[in-house]
Ligand binder design. Structure first.
Ligand code: ZN
Length: 269
């Protein structure tokens, strides 16, 4: 059998571009449900010595991503568990809505997975568009009557902008999160809102799970980043967003949700 493909090593910190980093830990990901023998069986996590961001030492090339995406978990399939998920997303929509001055508008969900955020946002009166890299998911969502595209956010060129962009448990999957945040800024209307959720490595729960050897995220083969609230909020400011809300996500263990408002043009770099 051929040896597993290597990841493409980061040449510098994907958030601040500093080049010095130290190893945090090496985790086994061969038991992950998405793991395939063609992929490396471990994740080596490193921490930037400049901004303290923790990330995997490399990311997958398109061929390895195709192998990873050749399987789809049931929870990521459009239409899955739609009744229970409606309750989860309704709370998110109410929280986002509380930050906005009017109802409705255009909502873009990046990485729509099961599609239940899109269907619930439509119920709330939003005109919804979804992006997902899994082509089967896009086909299924279109069959359900939704506008959906199999394209990365960075390459998405919508004819009209959006009032809200959601990236629910998505940013930690992106090799270069700043590129996505800059494009989110580009396609958001003035004063538009960004909704993000992801595990919070700053939380006491995260740290306790790690101490107890039970933190599932170190072996999460689809993740490249372990964000904490502080570093995430600083990154948002760097990219032209003002964090306006913090909450605990009901979706996954130890997860946070942050809402940020578009404020000013991000610095070009
Ligand atoms: Zn850094």
């Amino acid at each position: 059998m051929a040896s597993p493909a290597a990841r493409i090593p980061y040449q510098s910190c994907p958030l601040c571009e500093a080049t010095a980093a130290v190893e945090v830990l090496v985790a086994d990901c061969s038991g992950h449900p998405m793991y395939k023998p063609q992929l490396p069986p471990t994740l080596r996590w490193i921490q930037c010595k400049s901004c303290d961001h923790v990330f995997v030492d490399g990311y997958f090339a398109p061929d390895e991503l195709a192998v990873l995406f050749s399987g789809t978990l049931e929870e990521q399939t459009p239409g899955h568990d739609i009744e229970n998920q409606r309750y989860v997303w309704a709370r998110v929509l109410e929280t986002v809505g509380a930050q906005r001055s009017e109802m409705g508008g255009r909502w873009l969900d990046v990485g729509f997975g099961s599609g239940s955020l899109l269907s619930t946002a439509a119920e709330f009166g939003y005109e919804v568009v979804g992006l997902d890299l899994r082509r089967d998911n896009v086909r299924l969502m279109r069959e359900l009557g939704f506008e959906a595209h199999a394209v990365e956010l960075e390459a998405f060129r919508p004819e009209r902008g959006f009032d809200v962009i959601s990236m629910a448990d998505v940013l930690e999957h992106m090799p270069f999160p700043k590129r996505a945040l800059r494009q989110a800024w580009n396609v958001l209307h003035t004063d538009g809102h960004l909704f993000l959720s992801m595990p919070n490595a700053d939380s006491f729960l995260w740290q306790k799970l790690t101490r107890d050897g039970e933190n599932p995220y170190w072996g999460e083969i689809e993740h490249y980043h372990n964000f904490g609230r502080a570093r995430l909020c600083a990154l948002l400011e760097e990219c032209g967003f003002r964090p306006v809300h913090y909450g605990v996500s009901l979706r996954y263990r130890a997860c946070m949700e942050v809402i940020a408002r578009k404020i000013e043009r991000p610095a070009v770099s």
